[in-house]
Write a protein that binds this ligand. Structure first.
Ligand SMILES: Nc1ncnc2c1ncn2[C@@H]1O[C@H](COP(=O)(O)OP(=O)(O)O)[C@@H](O)[C@H]1O
Ligand SMILES: [Mg+2]
Length: 261
């Protein structure tokens, strides 16, 4: 019997910025090892969803569960009450995120960027963290950049460091927000290649936002089309890319594909 809870579950999630409601009663879940891609027009709420999982934004209402445990709020005696900061921090260590703009710490070397959280958040001994970081730098093709500063690296190299930094935490969940959108076309392939390898060789659960439709098609188990903070359609990539059910999805895909994004 498989009664394992989903790795990520959104239950009646509402997110507003001021009086602008971006997500309205959003419900979905992601299974262990599943790779789900979010597609949809700009402003449809994709980044907000990832930032909520990463606890970089506060939920307005509803619940998010990680491995069945409440991430921000829980229901007690019919009331919605916040979980403790300690509990939230514990769940947070299961989640890694890579951003469009890399977001490396500019005052630290590449190696320091990668070992910071493993040492200070997970309490891993420095020697061990360094060994693992060097291993990861090898995997992302930057074995000789440990002592470099992020500003001396190209965008593609910075993004590879950001991927290594996220993987250094051994996350159960990897959130990828348009990680190739700020890169020159020739390095996009390189970065996507690294992520394809992560997908093939690990069972990390991925929630991906990308306009790289061939990557989405190859790597995801499921694609969810979002519009106006709502899920318009959700299905396996072969179905959604070749015979989308909804007119809105069809429009969006033809716009993206013809723009050459
Ligand atoms: N910090 C913020 N303050 C106010 N509005 C925001 C903020 N972040 C996002 N939004 C709004 O929320 C909506 C969804 O944004 P976002 O999640 O970034 O969309 P996407 O990633 O799909 O382009 C947009 O209308 C955006 O303007
Ligand atoms: Mg976005």
């Amino acid at each position: 019997m498989n009664s394992e809870p989903p790795v990520i579950e959104f239950r009646d999630v509402v997110k507003s910025f001021g009086d602008h409601t971006v997500l309205k009663d959003l419900n979905f879940s992601v299974k262990r090892g599943e790779r789900v891609t979010l597609i949809g027009p700009s402003g449809s709420g994709k980044t907000t969803i990832l930032r909520l999982v990463m606890t970089l934004e506060k939920l307005s209402d509803g619940y998010i569960f990680i491995d069945g445990e409440p991430l921000t709020h829980t229901e007690r005696n019919g009331k919605r009450v916040p979980v403790s900061a300690k509990e939230q921090k514990r769940l947070r260590t299961k989640i890694g995120m890579v951003f469009q703009q890399f977001n490396l710490f500019p005052n630290m070397t590449v190696l320091e960027n990668i070992i910071e959280a493993p040492i200070h958040v997970l309490g891993i001994p420095k020697q061990e963290a360094v060994a693992k970081a060097k291993d990861l730098l090898e995997q992302v093709g930057l074995p000789d950049k440990a002592d470099a500063h992020p500003t001396s690296l190209s965008g593609g190299q910075q993004q590879r460091v950001a991927i290594a930094r996220a993987l250094a935490m051994d996350p159960e969940i990897l959130l990828l927000d348009e990680v190739t959108s700020a890169l020159d076309p020739e390095v996009v392939v390189e970065v996507l290649g690294i992520l394809r390898k992560v997908a093939e060789t690990t069972d990390v659960t991925m929630l991906i936002v990308t306009h790289e439709m061939s990557f989405a098609r190859d790597v995801s188990h499921r694609v969810m089309m979002l519009d106006g903070g709502k899920i318009v359609e959700s299905s396996d990539p072969a179905t959604i890319f070749t015979e989308p059910k909804e007119e809105r999805t069809r429009q969006f895909l033809s716009a993206v594909l013809s723009s050459g994004l």
